[in-house]
Ligand binder design. Structure first.
Ligand SMILES: Nc1ncnc2c1ncn2[C@@H]1O[C@H](COP(=O)(O)OP(=O)(O)OP(=O)(O)O)[C@@H](O)[C@H]1O
Length: 117
């Protein structure tokens, strides 16, 4: 792959994250939560293994939210009118985000609570 093509792909991917940040309130909430978790991690003296888990969770959460935003747009494009399949698709994508957020919250508590108490 040519270097310019690689850098263009990278630029478009960053633009995708930027659009999600600008247009999706949930995305901004996820970034704020990520910042809080990273600051808490820095203050709590996490081990290398714990940092790897936290970074995987934070990165996975943001990646999943970007994917959810992408699915919402494709659904809106394919079905601007109300359709039960459009609802199912959007709700399933939102459900995937919810499952990962719940699992991340539980794992985060398992890591942080013993550090604080
Ligand atoms: N074209 C559609 N047909 C049927 N149901 C829809 C459609 N678009 C959205 N919905 C449903 O309406 C509910 C509310 O959707 P809403 O438009 O508030 O949020 P969203 O489109 O899923 O996300 P966002 O607010 O971030 O754009 C959800 O259950 C969603 O699945």
């Amino acid at each position: 792959m040519k270097a310019s093509r690689f850098f263009n792909s990278f630029k478009f991917a960053v633009q995708g994250i930027g659009s999600s940040w600008k247009k999706e309130q949930n995305m901004r909430i996820h970034f704020l939560a990520a910042l809080v978790v990273l600051i808490a991690g820095a203050l709590s003296g996490l081990s290398k293994g714990e940092w790897i888990i936290i970074i995987l969770l934070v990165g996975g959460m943001i990646a999943l939210e970007v994917m959810n935003s992408a699915i919402e747009r494709v659904v809106d494009l394919a079905s601007p009118e109300i359709h039960p399949l459009a609802k199912e698709a959007k709700d399933m994508a939102a459900g995937a985000v919810l499952v990962f957020a719940a699992a991340s919250a539980i794992i985060g508590l398992l890591i942080f609570i013993p550090k604080w108490f």
